[in-house]
Structures are given as structure tokens and as C-alpha cells.
Write a protein that binds this ligand. Structure first.
Ligand code: DX5
Ligand code: ZN
Length: 221
């Protein structure tokens, strides 16, 4: 029921294949792929060539987080590279509805992300169209930042709205999450957990197991 989505941004790119393989064998469900354009966020990460290469070797669900201005320009490219889920930022889209519609027309799952300071109200008219909402628990742009506790109330409110509308969209949370604080975001209502440093920094199998242990405690509750 809970899904772990390790962010490859925190991997050693020299050994990217090995890192992904170990995470996959340890039983993660998604691979979180952070694409940064140097415009929407200050830094530049990587693009479609990397995704294409890893797609050939990995069966994981590719959860592509586009921190990119006007991502509508690149949706076909990311589909072709191997994305399964494409998440765009509400703040980066002039025409969010059109962008979400296009992702779904491509046969992919559509996610919408909100920065920490963006209110949930942005989603009011798009909520029943999306498969996933990504609540940023850091300001996007870098891995390894501290979790912002303000995101907990936001997740709680979002969960209440979804339940009230009887919508089944996933709630993903991204930034500063480890096996030590993941219980708080799960309790707030998130079910897809992104973790970069806390998975790829150190022993990957042990790190994944630490998350799984917490997931299991909630699943048997
Ligand atoms: C931030 C990215 C995150 C980041 C998470 O802009 O969207 O996915 O890599 O890294 P950690 O888990 O290290 O905060
Ligand atoms: Zn991300």
C-alpha cells in the first residue's frame, strides 16, 4: 500500500546502474527521477538520455518529477524515454489543465506538484483529473535539505479533501524524508514516499529495509 520512491539525484552517477539494481532488488516500487532545468529551479540535473539508458535495465515504475518551466514542451520526449508517471509543477504551467490532459492522452499517469508556499486551492479544479499530488516538503532544487514541518498540515488537509470528494489519487511527499520521520508523513496521509539521501546515502538495502519496516507497522495496524 505504501510505496518507496528513491530519488536517483542522491546516487553516485558513476555507479548509477548498480545503485538502481540494489534498490530494485531490495524491493522498492518506484524510481523517482528529478529533472531540473536551471530555470524553474536554480540547478540543472539531467534529462532524457539518462532515463533512456536506465529504462533498458530497470522494470521499476519511473516516477518523473519535472522541475521544468512549461513542461508541456517535453512530455512526448519523457514518455519516449520511459516515464510511467509524469509530475509537473502547478507553478511552472501556464495551462495546467492542458498539460495534465496531455500527459493522460499519452497514456501516462499524471501528477501535479506544489511548492511549500503554494496553497492547496491551486488544485481545486484539477483534483479529479490527477492520479497523484506531490507535496514538496522542501523547496525544490537540491537533495539533502531539511524537511519542512509545514507540509504535514498540508498533507492532512489534502487527504481530507480527497476523502470528502471520494477521490483515490495518491499523495506523494518529497524532500528531507528518512526512516526516522516517515511515520509523520504517513500519519498525515501520504502513501508515496520519496527519499534520496536516506536511501542512496549509505547501505541501500539496509536503508530500504528501514523504510519498509515502518511501512509494515502501518499496514498491519
Ligand atoms: C528536490 C527533489 C527531491 C530530492 C529529495 O528538489 O525533488 O526529490 O532529491 O532528496 P532528499 O530525500 O535527499 O531530500
Ligand atoms: Zn523530486
Amino acid at each position: 500500500m505504501y510505496k518507496l520512491a528513491p530519488s536517483i539525484l542522491a546516487a553516485d552517477f558513476w555507479r548509477l546502474g548498480e545503485y538502481i539494481k540494489e534498490a530494485e532488488e531490495a524491493g522498492v516500487e518506484y524510481l523517482h527521477i528529478d529533472v531540473m532545468d536551471g530555470e524553474f529551479v536554480p540547478s540543472i540535473s539531467f534529462g532524457t538520455p539518462i532515463i533512456k539508458s536506465i529504462r533498458k535495465k530497470s522494470k521499476l515504475v519511473f516516477d518523473v518529477h519535472l522541475m521544468v518551466e512549461e513542461p508541456i514542451r517535453y512530455l512526448e520526449d519523457f514518455k519516449e524515454a520511459g516515464a510511467d508517471i509524469i509530475t509537473v509543477h502547478a507553478e511552472a504551467c501556464k495551462h495546467l489543465h492542458r498539460t495534465v490532459t496531455r500527459i493522460k492522452e499519452l497514456g501516462l499517469k499524471a501528477g501535479v506538484s506544489l511548492n511549500p508556499a503554494t496553497p492547496l486551492a491551486e488544485l481545486e479544479y484539477i483534483l479529479d483529473e490527477v492520479d497523484m499530488i506531490l507535496i514538496m516538503s522542501v523547496n525544490p532544487g537540491y537533495g539533502g535539505q531539511a524537511f519542512l514541518p509545514l507540509s504535514l498540515n498540508k498533507i492532512k488537509s489534502l487527504k481530507e479533501i480527497l476523502d470528502e470528494k471520494q477521490l483515490k489519487a495518491d499523495i506523494e511527499v518529497d524532500g528531507g524524508i528518512s526512516a526516522l520521520n516517515v511515520d509523520e508523513v504517513i500519519r498525515a496521509g501520504a502513501n508515496v514516499i520519496v527519499a534520496g539521501t536516506a536511501v542512496f546515502g549509505g547501505n541501500i538495502t539496509e536503508n530500504v529495509n528501514a523504510f519498509k519496516k515502518v511501512f509494515h507497522e502501518f499496514e498491519i495496524d
